[in-house]
Design a protein around this ligand. Structure first.
Ligand SMILES: [Zn+2]
Length: 475
């Protein structure tokens, strides 16, 4: 088996990186707000001209670290500025739709809206709040087709979802290969941001960079990579794929991959340990692949373009993982083998990377108690508050308070509901059938197993009966 050398400390992710990013298609911004009479020109000049919120869709903190993505960002911004890569970030959910609803609409963290996987479009999103403060237009570019459904949900309501609907970008194993980078919504968004920057026009952008951290399909771009080849050999040997089948076709066939997971589920502990290591290597390989061919170049294009436009020092770029991917780990709470992301948040899927350009912005947000750089858990939902403060905007009164540093929550509702409540170095994990308390350390390699913690720390005791999950999801 081919287990790679891994750094044992997530703290390397703290190191300064450097940024980049772009925005796609929408040009219909929120209605411009009249400039307040008291707002001086000098105050306006100190505000960002460009704000980019960039989701690396499906990327765990562990995989980002092992795949060297922070260093990729650093190299892209060399000579232009510093990027802070913050450890400890916790996603509010472990599937795309729930996460983005809560990140972009903080109102979705309280009351009935806690169980919604899609925005109800009643309140403005953080993009709308920031755009209003900057009198900016909004650009939206998502490579993840999940968001194609949102404009319908928000039809007729002035939210970024309806402003910025992309052309349908249907994703399957064939189209993933057929769409050139130059036509992808995420890339188009970056180009649009740079167009605004060159004209000196304020712009707020959302960029979605899909599959970066191990989302299927994997390996199709490099089926001869040792871990990919060995897992394909397992698929053939176990009869889930024909011996004369083509490896690249196997990796583009999600149903065949699901069959392979069933094979791993039935393996002995020793054989499964080998398969876990191989699965994790395919994930790290994917981070490296997209880091070199898409995410890294996009970041470099954005940052260099902002520098060329003379606005690098008036730009703010936040790159975050919306959730991670699990490399075939059996959680002790329910014994379920998880080889992708799923409903129950774990240290694999809820711990995500966050990179901030310029690093000084991250420092200011840390001083304000919104983010942390020392490894303490903090919720990525706090980024909405950070962005609003960075542009001098007014926090909507119906937003709940930010989650305090050292604590974070993550939950997914629906048929396979799961939740976790993190405090310090421990977390209560719950499914609909029960809860347990486990260590929250970043897993070190694919063989790491979540360790039960006993006794449960006092601050977590109120969450061990699962009532919080039941209430949030109306179970
Ligand atoms: Zn996602």
């Amino acid at each position: 088996m081919h287990v790679r050398m891994r750094t044992s400390l997530g703290l390397l992710w703290i190191a300064a990186c450097r940024p980049g990013g772009d925005a796609p298609s929408a040009e219909t911004g929120p209605p411009a707000v009249e400039t307040a009479a008291s707002e001086s020109e000098s105050e306006q000049d100190e505000r960002p001209l460009v704000v980019v919120l960039w989701a690396t869709d499906t990327l765990s903190a562990r995989a980002a670290l092992d795949g060297g993505l922070c260093g990729t960002f650093q190299a892209a911004a060399a000579g232009i500025g510093e990027v802070a890569c913050l450890p400890g970030a916790v996603s509010p959910a472990t599937s795309t739709s729930y996460t983005h609803a809560r990140l972009l609409w903080p109102t979705h963290r309280v009351g009935l809206e806690r169980r919604y996987s899609r925005p109800d479009c009643v309140a403005p999103s953080v993009l709308g709040v920031v755009a209003s403060a900057l009198h900016a237009s909004i650009t939206w570019g998502s490579d993840n087709p999940t968001f194609e459904a949102y404009p319908t949900v928000c039809d007729g309501v002035t939210t970024p979802w309806s402003w910025e609907a992309d052309e349908p970008f249907l994703y399957d194993g064939a189209t993933v290969l057929s769409v050139e980078e130059a036509q992808r919504p995420g890339r188009l968004a970056i180009e649009a941001v740079l167009d605004h920057a060159r004209r000196g026009e304020p712009v707020v952008a959302y960029v979605n960079d899909y599959e970066v951290g191990g989302h299927m399909p994997r390996c199709w771009y490099d089926p001869e990579f040792p871990a990919c080849a060995e897992l394909f050999a397992l698929a053939v040997a176990s009869g889930v794929y024909p011996a004369d089948g083509v490896a690249r076709d196997f990796w583009l066939d999600n149903a065949a991959f699901d069959d392979l997971i069933e094979v791993v589920d039935g393996q002995s502990a020793a054989d499964a340990a080998v398969s876990r290591a191989l699965m994790y290597d395919t994930i790290v390989r994917q981070v490296e692949h997209y880091g070199a061919t898409r995410t890294g170049p996009r970041f470099a294009t954005l940052i260099q373009g902002l520098a060329d436009a003379g606005v690098a020092d008036r730009s703010l770029v936040v790159v975050f993982g919306d959730h991670g991917e699990t490399p075939c780990v059996r959680h002790p709470l329910d014994g379920v083998l998880r080889c992708q992301h799923g409903s129950m948040p774990t240290e694999w899927t809820a711990q995500v990377p966050v990179a901030v350009y310029p690093a000084s912005a991250a420092s200011a947000w840390e001083s304000a108690g919104l983010v942390a750089s020392d490894g303490a858990p903090w919720s990525t939902t706090n980024l909405a508050y950070a962005l609003v403060s960075a542009v001098g905007g007014e926090r909507p009164t119906d937003w709940p308070a930010p989650e305090p540093i050292g604590r974070a929550t993550s939950w997914v509702c629906g048929n396979d509901a799961g939740a976790l409540f993190v405090s310090g170095s421990a977390a209560v994990s719950c499914t609909a059938s029960g809860c347990g308390t486990y260590g929250w350390a970043l897993p070190d390699g694919p063989d790491a197993v979540t360790v039960p913690v006993s006794p449960t720390p006092p601050e977590l005791l109120p969450y061990t009966d699962g009532a919080w999950l039941s209430e949030a999801c109306a179970l």
